[in-house]
Design a protein around this ligand. Structure first.
Ligand SMILES: [Zn+2]
Length: 119
């Protein structure tokens, strides 16, 4: 027999799946627009080390990891939250970003893991 908590959890899961199915296209458009907006900001700023300005090569680097609230890859966040997070970052190209982390003593696999989950 299911507990009240299990029943509520199942209801939450069904509601979330229903919402996701009903809003999948709308959500995809919003995420694409947010990515485009962030890419424009990166291209405009360019790499703060070498000046590269192709957004596909650019990452957000949190200058102080302790101030980091979330990963910039989380495009489901509001633009207000994302813009506030960009203020804690500098734009670096992938090469300069890796060199910076390497100089901080991180090994290549740690840097790659951080980049996948972070910027
Ligand atoms: Zn660079």
């Amino acid at each position: 027999m299911a507990t009240k908590q299990e029943i509520r959890k199942e209801g939450d899961r069904v509601r979330a799946n229903t919402w996701y199915a009903a809003n999948k296209e709308r959500r995809a458009k919003r995420v694409a627009a947010t990515r485009k907006w962030l890419s424009g900001m990166k291209a405009e700023a360019g790499c703060s080390t070498c000046g590269e300005n192709d957004p596909v090569c650019l990452d957000w680097h949190h200058t102080n990891p302790q101030e980091k609230s979330f990963n910039m890859i989380e495009t489901c966040r509001s633009r207000v939250a994302l813009e506030a997070e960009t203020k804690k970052c500098v734009v670096l190209c992938a090469n300069c970003h890796r060199k910076l982390h390497s100089a901080e003593g991180q090994r290549p696999h740690q840097i790659a893991r951080e980049l996948v989950t972070a910027e």
